[in-house]
Design a protein around this ligand. Structure first.
Ligand SMILES: Cc1cc2nc3c(=O)[nH]c(=O)nc-3n(C[C@H](O)[C@H](O)[C@H](O)COP(=O)(O)OP(=O)(O)OC[C@H]3O[C@@H](n4cnc5c(N)ncnc54)[C@H](O)[C@@H]3O)c2cc1C
Ligand code: SF4
Length: 334
């Protein structure tokens, strides 16, 4: 597969980038590390005339501690995120999740901004143009039929970014910049839940992601990320689970966030199981029953090669593993 002819532009400032995006209208795509976008271009899933590279905007590369939060530029590579001592110490689950993405070569190029803005995936869509031409166009490709649900109502492609559930569990906020100005919003609000236009950038707003702010968790909060993938060397998550847990001095659950990737059109927050855990004394029996309850809250679809039932089983195991690691055996590591 070869790339089509494309004009590459690389502005030096955010305002310059936004002006170029405005001038190019719908015929441009923003490119960060290009690890996902290049594949989409080769598969003709996107056909822009212009690519706007962000690598020459200096403030897009930063890892700094300020006002009790860590501020990250969108162009930090996943290698830089996973090897930063500041992130390893203050946000260990983020470092862990960055290490789990793809392969070493991919992580040296892929960025955190590209991960936050990643498109959803489906085995009927993320294929070559030739492969796709053998079937009716599906909803996400501009048709009106979904090969997964065999229905017409909507697309169900899966959200699969590894870093996002961790960032949401930490309570991250993001800054979006457009020609009209900047806005801060919680990362949770950035995702639309619509698999065709999964975030506020891919749904056509002419904005770019300029910063990710993560409040530094208090010392007693423990967080982990657990991922299941088929190919251990390089693969998207079938299921990824992020947990941040706050246990009080009596081993009772004061607060908990459980976020999943790979099992819905957006990052999935486990809410009912959270209610079961709040105020409860942490022990292995509680963890096992809640993990099984949590996996009933998700509705995975066959957007990959395994059955939804299998995905739910794996989710239950990974949630249990994440809760056990966050709380320690009967809360004893705490
Ligand atoms: C073989 C392979 C394996 C992979 N495995 C994984 C995996 O295990 N886990 C995982 O999460 N991902 C995986 N990926 C996907 C991808 O590599 C990562 O998600 C990566 O972090 C994307 O970052 P990037 O800088 O390369 O993004 P790009 O490909 O440059 O961009 C991705 C999207 O984000 C948009 N974008 C990027 N930055 C901005 C910005 N600042 N403002 C607005 N829009 C922006 C682009 O327009 C594009 O739509 C894999 C990809 C491949 C090819
Ligand atoms: S979920 Fe359905 S509409 Fe969406 S990409 Fe897959 S086949 Fe297409």
């Amino acid at each position: 597969m070869h790339l089509p002819d494309i004009v590459y532009l690389s502005p030096n400032k955010t305002t310059e980038a936004l002006e170029v995006i405005e001038d190019c209208g719908n015929s441009c795509s923003v490119i960060a590390g290009g690890t996902d976008l290049m594949v989409a271009l080769k598969q003709r899933l996107q056909t822009p005339k212009y690519l706007i590279g962000l690598e020459n905007i200096p403030e897009f590369k930063k890892i700094e501690e300020k006002d009790e939060s860590i501020r990250l530029g969108p162009m930090n590579t996943l290698d830089e995120i996973s090897s930063s001592d500041l992130i390893k110490t203050k946000l260990p689950a983020l470092s862990q999740a960055a290490r789990e993405v793809g392969s070493p070569l991919l992580r040296s190029q892929a960025t955190i901004g590209g991960n936050v803005c990643l498109n959803t995936r489906c085995r009927f869509y993320n294929q070559s143009q030739f492969w796709r031409s053998t079937r009716e166009k599906c909803y996400k490709a501009g048709g009106s039929y979904c090969h997964v649900t065999k229905q017409k109502e909507k697309c169900n492609a899966a959200f699969v970014a590894d870093l996002v559930p961790v960032l949401i569990a930490y309570g991250a906020n993001i800054k979006l910049a457009g020609l009209a100005g900047e806005k801060m919003l919680s990362l949770k609000e950035f995702y639309t839940g619509d698999s065709c236009f999964p975030n506020q950038i891919l749904n056509g707003d002419r904005v770019i992601l300029t910063e990710i702010d993560i409040p530094i968790p208090k010392n007693n909060i423990r967080s982990v990320y657990k991922k299941f993938r088929f190919r251990r060397s390089i693969d998207f998550p079938l299921v990824g689970v992020a947990v941040s847990l706050d246990l009080d001095e009596n081993n009772r659950c004061r607060d908990i966030n459980i976020l999943l990737t790979g099992v819905g059109s957006a990052p999935v927050e486990i809410k009912k199981a959270k209610k079961e855990l709040l105020g409860q004394r942490w022990d292995d029996e509680l963890v096992s029953s809640v993990a099984s309850l949590a996996s009933q809250e998700i509705r995975p679809l066959k957007t990959n090669l395994v059955s939804p039932r299998y995905t739910r089983e794996i989710a239950s195991l990974k949630i249990k593993e994440a809760l056990q690691e966050a709380g320690g055996k009967n809360g004893k590591n705490y």
